[in-house]
Structure formats: C-alpha cells, structure tokens
Design a binder for this molecule. Structure first.
Ligand SMILES: C[S@@+](CC[C@H](N)C(=O)[O-])C[C@H]1O[C@@H](n2cnc3c(N)ncnc32)[C@H](O)[C@@H]1O
Length: 283
C-alpha cells in the first residue's frame, strides 16, 4: 500500500484508502519504503530558527520558538540532517518525480545547496508572499513577508508532471486574482492560514491549505502518490483529500500533531457526509 519493502517493517497509525499516517522519525520510516515509489514529495522541514528571538503576533511580542524540533544544532549538524532526509527522498521518488521544499533564509540555502549536491534538477524557486505577514518589531530589517519553495526533479532527463494549462488560466488561483492567458508567475500571494483552518488547535508553522492545493494541482495527476515527511498538522493530507483521486503518506514525529491531523481529516469526512446526506435528502 505505502511502498513498504516488507509488510511488517513499520505500522501506520492511521490508514484509509487515500491517507496513511506514520508517527515516527522520517528517517526510520522512509528507509522502509521502496525505491522509485512516490510521484511528488512536499517537505516542510524544521526551519532551525527557534533560537530565542521575538516576533509579533496579533500586535503582541511573542517568542519565535516553535519547539525543540526547530532548534538549530549548529551549521554542520543542520546540514547533515538535511542531507540525510533529502537523500532518502531522492531514493523514494520516481525518476520523473518532483520534490518541493519550503523554508526561510534559516534553512532554505542549505536545502538548495543539497539539492544541487545530490544532483536534483531545480525547476523553480517560488516566493510565497504573505500579504498579512507580521511586522518586524525591532525595526532593524525589512519585514519578513515571504517563504521560499524550491521545486526540483529527481532526474533531469525524465519527464515530470506540470499541469501548465491549469496553472496558466488561473483556475486554481486561491487569491482570486485571475489573470487569464498569462503564465502563472513565480511569486504567489497567499495569506497565512485563517482561523477556520485552526479549529482544532494551532501548529506553529501550519501552511495554508490554498498553498498546498496549488502545489498538488500543479505537480500531480489523478492516482499520483504523494509523500510529506514532515506532516505537522497535516495540511498536505487535508489538501490531498479535498482534491481527491490521489494517495497521501505523511510522517510526523510528534504524536499530538498526528492527532491534530486526524481531527482535521475527520472534519472533512463529516462535511462530506453531511453534503452527501443533504444531496440524498434533496433528491
Ligand atoms: C515546519 S513543520 C511542518 C508543518 C506542516 N507543513 C503543516 O502545514 O502543518 C515540521 C514538522 O516536522 C516535524 N519533525 C521534525 N523532525 C522530524 C523528523 N525527524 N521526522 C518526522 N517529523 C519531524 C515537527 O514535529 C513539525 O511538526
């Protein structure tokens, strides 16, 4: 089901026809997966920025610390960490498979360097612009208002999925600025997640569903297999389920974030069931 080399190597904690979740370290889980298995990987690894700085949230000064998992262990250790998981991602991607890596200046240059070192072919670097980003409280730099998304393919010569027309005509632009017949540009303006996306609690680096929907619609097709080795609150799982007809595998080390993911998925299930019974009742 999930490309496991042997059936009993590791058990998922949640499994449906579309979604499989593992609670564990992504190295331990990924090393059980078969080679050349996934069509697309979205990875939102630790940013290594939780080093006791401050930021602004709803007008208040708050710590930037996201959790122990986000602390830097020094340049060399962080580089080694990123090299291990990116290397494993390369092994489990199909030859024409692509990987998206998101990050800030704290992590993205190391990840970009490693994509080049590990012989990926970089397709795009997207600037995800956050129109509602928090101001820089210290007034010592420009306000940090974007994250970078690197998009790369495993094998330069293999054909990769890019749904050019769908992206070109703007059908999937979540910011509703529809620019027909223009190629979609590499700067994407998408707000940070709204309160409605945090109904069951917050993840400190939760991505907006709109961002993941765009990524999935751009770089996968029906029946594609998607992996997110740093599942967090499960935004990639939620977007996969909303779009449908694809299969998702997520890995998350923190059990409470797996629980949060399951609550978000169950909400979708309930919405679907309610819609289904409304449709049935109206017939
Ligand atoms: C930047 S967050 C991902 C947020 C996610 N994209 C979302 O929208 O909620 C990174 C996540 O990776 C998890 N993590 C850190 N190290 C890990 C590892 N070695 N294996 C699996 N998960 C890990 C953290 O607990 C955290 O939830």
């Amino acid at each position: 089901m999930c490309g496991l080399k042997s059936k009993d190597s590791i058990e998922p904690v949640y499994q449906t026809a579309e979604i499989t979740l593992y609670n564990g370290d992504c190295f331990d889980v990924m090393c059980n997966f078969a080679d050349d298995y996934f069509d697309m990987i979205f990875a939102d690894p630790p940013y290594n920025l939780s080093n006791d700085g401050v930021t602004c949230q709803a007008g208040r000064m708050v710590s930037v610390n996201k959790g122990q998992w986000d602390k830097s262990n020094g340049f060399e250790a962080d580089l080694k960490f990123h090299e291990s998981w990116i290397g494993e991602c390369k092994r489990v991607l199909k030859p024409g498979g692509t990987i998206w890596i998101s990050g800030t200046n704290h992590s993205i240059y190391q990840c970009g360097f490693l994509l080049q070192k590990l012989d990926f072919h970089i397709l795009n670097d997207i600037a995800w612009f956050k129109p509602n980003a928090a101001p820089n409280l210290a007034c010592t730099t420009f306000a940090h208002s974007h994250e970078t998304l690197l998009w790369a393919k495993k094998n330069k010569k293999a054909k990769h999925i890019f749904n050019y027309t769908a992206m070109k005509n703007g059908t999937f632009q979540e910011d509703k600025i529809k620019i027909p017949d223009r190629q979609m540009r590499s700067i994407w303006s998408i707000p940070t997640p709204a309160a409605a996306e945090k109904t069951f609690g917050k993840h400190p680096t939760q991505k907006p569903v709109a961002l993941l929907k765009r990524i999935i619609l751009a770089s996968t097709n029906e029946s594609s297999l998607i992996l997110d080795p740093f599942n967090g609150s499960g935004t990639t799982a939620v977007a996969t389920k909303i779009i449908g007809k694809r299969k998702y595998t997520g890995i998350e080390i923190n059990k409470s974030y797996i629980e949060l993911t399951i609550k978000r998925l169950n909400l979708l299930e309930n919405i679907n069931e309610n819609l289904f019974s409304k449709i049935q009742n109206s017939e």
